[in-house]
Design a protein around this ligand. Structure first.
Ligand code: ATP
Length: 619
């Protein structure tokens, strides 16, 4: 069964007006033209020329039939009949030629268009700041724009050309039919309407049904993805919740099925009624034509024009109306695409370029609120960290540690207060130039399905070929396992592509550390750098971190106090505010939150019965 296309979701609050549709249509046609003027023209011309062929075929067919009828009485020669046949064959050949060129130009035009629009989407996406990706609405727009780029823009162009073609067909067939009597064409047109109205009405109903189901369909899709995901299969098997997922997945299906059955029942009943009405009207038209035939006013050929013309007109009218609704649907997609492309991008190169190493970073009464939220997740945060110093951030989940990293690395800008670099307001400098002085390992670091070398060198692609630099970063990160891989640094990693070697969580983390070391930066940020590492690797990492920290500025986030205590300064965050600050010794002496949390974690290592304080871990 033909289902209407998936509904397009417009940005919330956006209403589509006729003027917008017209502007988007022109904009789309400009995009199509820019993608390939040659193929646009070829496609339009071949479609329009091909649209006149049905009428030409009908007419030559009529002449042939009349000729055959006259031949019985000797009213036409064999060679004249052959001449007509030759014209008919020529029309068939011309039809195939036109449709071959039309298909080829459509395919090439579609490919150029997909490439040019995808490139615009990707360029836009690469220029968007991180907060745009964390905004669900923007992210949805990006996803939809990217997902359907292959069909929608070309759909607008081809449907528009088809509409013009349908008018050519209707006009030319209409002229032929009008010779049979003024009422023939109106009756045939009228007979096409019931079917078209019903299919259009239920097309809209089907579309509405899909729209209503969008949310549930997403949930169902998600449930299905849980059962087919490679990364979750272990947990799903062990907890054995497959039946639960399957039952939920199926209950959504059953809900959809009830709605679909209702729609199909109604559509079939109405479709049958429409077919009856249309047959009745065609019957009336046929009776009138036959009356003229009985009076000898029309030929056999004329009658064939009538009979074959009916199917032609009905098909063309149906195509015309579905083309209009298709264009509307595709224009909604284009609206979504244009509104995504028009999103204001934060120019990451705007501002003075930062040059030279960073010696100090100061947060002065910094507050921050995520876009579209109503709560400050940081309030009045102040601290300074200097070159040669390591500052650790500790605090419970959600306290705001990663948010501080996002502000310090200029991925986000504070909503209150100031970040100062070497005593100057960071906002003066272009984010990208400041970021070039920073290197980082994120909590959710990337596992790039590329070679081991690329996984390291992505931190500074201009040095992709710097084999020595990569090797030294690998050594510093303790990622010696790379040498044991089948092709060493050139081994493709990950399971996504054929021939890739999957690594363990800790091995991926060591490569992410190597990536951090590969960039020659004055600020190093470690967000949970040892979470997946074994004890020895953690120890080695901390040693390396201490060694490099001497001439760099280091920020460290960790829930492991054995790591945190090595920092020169420790900032304790509690619900977005700094609750304690100082060295490990000072904070222990203070006996506040830090000391309590430290003792709590240390007690996990202590022999039963021993006091936690006595058994605090030492490196
Ligand atoms: N993109 C976002 N949009 C809205 N709120 C967010 C976003 N990211 C984080 N938050 C909120 O900001 C607060 C601080 O989050 P943050 O990630 O900085 O915590 P954290 O201290 O790093 O936590 P964890 O120890 O779990 O990593 C949390 O309440 C979180 O819900």
């Amino acid at each position: 069964m033909m289902m209407p296309p998936r509904p397009v979701k417009l940005p919330p609050g956006e209403r589509v007006t006729l003027a917008m549709l017209r502007a988007d249509l022109l904009h789309t046609l400009r995009l199509v033209w820019a993608a390939s003027p040659r193929h646009s023209v070829t496609y339009a011309l071949t479609t329009l020329a091909g649209s006149a062929l049905p009428a030409a075929n009908l007419y030559v067919g009529k002449l042939l039939l009349d000729g055959v009828a006259r031949a019985a009485g000797g009213g036409i020669t064999y060679s004249a009949l052959l001449g007509l046949l030759a014209v008919q064959v020529a029309l068939v050949v011309l039809g195939s030629l036109l449709s071959t060129v039309q298909n080829a130009s459509q395919q090439l035009l579609g490919d150029s268009l997909q490439h040019s629009v995808t490139r615009r989407i990707l360029e836009k996406a690469s220029g968007l700041s991180v907060d745009a990706f964390e905004n669900a609405d923007t992210y949805d727009r990006l996803q939809q724009a990217y997902r359907e780029v292959g069909s929608r823009p070309l759909g607008v162009a081809t449907q528009l050309v088809s509409l013009a073609g349908a008018l050519v067909t209707l006009g030319s067939v209409g002229v032929l039919m009008s010779r049979l009597g003024v009422w023939v064409l109106p009756l045939v047109l009228l007979a096409s309407l019931p079917g078209v109205i019903v299919s259009n009405r239920f097309g809209v109903e089907g579309y509405r049904m899909l729209r209503r189901q969008t949310h549930d369909a997403r949930v169902q899709n998600y449930l299905g993805s849980l059962l087919t995901s490679d990364s979750l299969v272990k947990e799903v098997r062990l907890f054995q919740f497959e039946p639960y997922l399957l039952t939920r997945w199926r209950s959504y299906y059953l809900g959809f099925r009830v709605q679909l059955e209702q729609l199909v029942r109604q559509r079939s009943a109405w479709g049958f009624a429409a077919a009856l009405a249309s047959a009745l009207l065609i019957g009336v038209a046929s009776a009138l034509i036959l009356a003229r035939a009985a009076r000898g006013q029309i030929t056999v050929g004329d009658f064939s024009v009538f009979v074959l013309g009916i199917a032609q007109v009905q098909g063309t009218v149906a195509g015309l109306l579905s083309g209009v609704s298709g264009i509307y649907q595709n224009l909604l997609y284009m609206r979504n695409l244009f509104s995504f492309l028009e999103l204001p991008a934060r120019d990451l190169d705007a501002g003075e370029p930062w040059r030279g190493p960073i010696d100090t970073i100061e947060f002065r009464e910094v507050s921050f609120r995520y876009p579209l939220t109503e709560r400050d997740v940081l309030r009045g945060v102040s601290f300074t960290v200097r070159r040669g110093q390591a500052l650790a951030l500790v605090g419970e989940n959600g306290a705001g540690k990663t948010t501080i990293v996002k502000l310090l690395t200029r991925l986000f800008e504070p909503t209150g207060g100031q970040v100062l670099i070497n005593g100057q307001d960071a906002a003066r400098f272009s984010p990208r130039s400041v970021q070039r002085e920073m290197s980082i390992i994120f909590q959710d670091f990337g596992q790039y399905q590329m070679s081991a070398r690329e996984n390291v060198a992505l931190a500074e692609v201009s040095r992709l070929e710097d084999a020595e630099g990569v090797q030294s970063a690998v050594d510093r990160a303790g990622a010696a396992f790379v040498e044991g891989l089948p092709q060493g640094l050139e081994t493709p990693l990950g399971r996504l592509f054929q021939g890739g070697r999957q690594l363990s969580g800790g091995q991926w983390q060591r490569l992410a550390l190597a990536r951090l070391y590969f960039r020659d930066a004055s600020v190093l940020v470690f967000d949970e750098p040892t979470a997946a590492l074994d004890a020895r690797a953690e120890f080695e990492t901390m040693e390396a971190l201490r060694a490099q920290a001497r001439d760099r500025l280091t920020l460290l986030i960790s829930h492991r106090f054995s790591t945190v205590r090595l920092a020169d300064d420790i900032l304790v965050l509690d619900g977005g505010v700094v609750s304690e600050a100082g060295s490990h010794e000072a904070l222990m002496a203070l006996g506040g939150t830090y000391a309590k949390l430290y003792a709590l974690q240390a007690s996990g290592y202590a022999p039963r019965g021993a006091s936690a304080e006595e058994d605090t871990p030492r490196m």
